[in-house]
Write a protein that binds this ligand. Structure first.
Ligand code: CA
Length: 395
């Protein structure tokens, strides 16, 4: 069915009436997609516009959290301890999941800890209100419209109580914080009671996480990656998500395990990541790292999950120190750096104020041209060098 997008857009200022019209339209869409009319009318008819959701959707952090702060917050001593307790408590279930899906239990427990602090914080926003508010807002209407329709399907299939569907402001639900589409397509019944309850059942949450990772391509028997040590004088420009090399090549370049032991001999490709540049920890990441990125596209998230999983399974802290260069850049400052790099002919991607892979790659290219340590991290030296170059228009 073709719909006029403009007719369905509600704004915070003139919200209520437009929102009601938008919900009517969504009810028609739901019917046309096979949702029983009575269910669509009943559920959608009770939803209210949530101005706070729009505020949160528009909010941009003033400062980007540094990798060190992120990791410290996510991989805390308390979380590691709790993860170890839960790994032991759910041992039988987790071993069964590893057999079925190929994913070791410590990764499942780590993701459970990252997403909801092991089920303690699953979010309090009314999910359907949030989804409808975003579906009726112009910015990401198509995406949230589809998620809302899928949420209705989920209510039908799982006999969920709409009012009990609480979660994040952006629609993530339960102990795994799945969006409705992920819940619908990948959640499974882990405790065998015939229902999939990601809020109330840890077994359902853990099994669903395992099923999602398997469907994202998890490779049985492989790690996510590992912390490594680099030799003095290492060619840092070989780092980055876009530069895979075989483990043999990395070994020839002098890369060793963080404790100084040789890298394992395996027919694997790996990429070298330096989230804080050459002065911070270095990681070699394997194919399963990309699977974690399929769960959440943040590199810091994927490293934190991998490291937390290692810690839960008994490994010690990182060898590299995290603290010294833990200086947060303002989002506006990072965006300015991106604009400047673009002006100079590099390709950092959109000036969104976020230090993603494309921006790191552009920083690396700039550092190489300037004879700096090309680690892709815009440290003080790099920013000073960038600021010292004349404006392009003035040349
Ligand atoms: Ca169940």
């Amino acid at each position: 069915m073709l719909l006029v997008a403009g007719a369905c857009i509600a704004r915070a200022d003139d919200g209520t009436q437009r929102f009601a019209a938008c919900l009517d339209e969504l009810a028609m869409v739901a019917r046309s997609e096979g949702i029983p009319g009575a269910l669509a009318d009943e559920v959608l008819g009770r939803l209210t516009f949530q101005p706070r959701v729009i505020e949160l959707d528009r909010a941009q952090p003033e400062f980007q959290q540094t990798f060190a702060a992120y990791l410290r917050g996510r991989v805390s001593a308390a979380r590691i301890d709790q993860g170890r307790v839960l790994l032991a408590r759910h041992r039988d279930l987790l071993d069964g999941l590893t057999q079925t899906y190929g994913v070791p239990g410590h990764y499942l427990v780590a993701l459970w800890g990252m997403e909801s602090d092991f089920g303690r914080f699953t979010g309090r926003m009314p999910i359907l209100d949030s989804l409808a508010t975003l579906a009726c807002d112009a910015r990401r209407s198509d995406f949230f419209r589809a998620e809302l329709i899928t949420a209705l399907r989920l209510i039908e299939r799982e006999s969920l109580e709409p009012a009990a569907m609480r979660g994040s402001w952006a629609g993530a639900m339960g102990q795994t914080q799945f969006m409705p589409s992920t819940y619908y397509a990948h959640a499974v019944d882990g405790d065998g009671d015939g229902r999939i309850d990601l809020w109330g059942s840890p077994a359902d949450a853990l099994a669903s996480g395992a099923n999602l990772l398997q469907s994202l391509g998890w490779k049985r028997g492989q790690r996510w990656g590992r912390e490594v040590s680099l030799p003095t004088g290492f060619a840092y420009e070989k780092s980055g998500m876009e530069q895979p090399r075989s483990l043999t090549e990395w070994a020839e370049l002098g890369v060793r395990r963080a404790d100084g032991a040789a890298l394992p001999i395996a027919d694997l490709n790996a990429r070298l990541l330096l989230p804080m540049g050459h002065a911070g920890p270095a990681f070699l990441v394997y194919d399963n790292f990309d699977v974690l990125l399929g769960w959440n596209r943040s590199i810091s998230f994927a490293i934190a999950v991998g490291h937390l999983a290692d810690r839960i399974s008994g490994a010690g802290a990182l060898h590299a120190r995290l603290s010294d260069r833990d200086v947060a850049m303002a989002t506006s400052e990072m965006a300015e750096l991106q604009r400047r790099l673009t002006e100079l002919g590099y390709s950092p991607g959109e000036a969104d104020g976020i230090l993603g892979p494309a921006t790191r790659s552009a920083v690396r290219a700039f550092q190489l041209d300037q004879g700096l340590i090309a680690d892709g991290y815009p440290d003080e030296t790099t920013r000073t060098a960038l600021a010292a170059l004349p404006e392009v228009s003035a040349r």
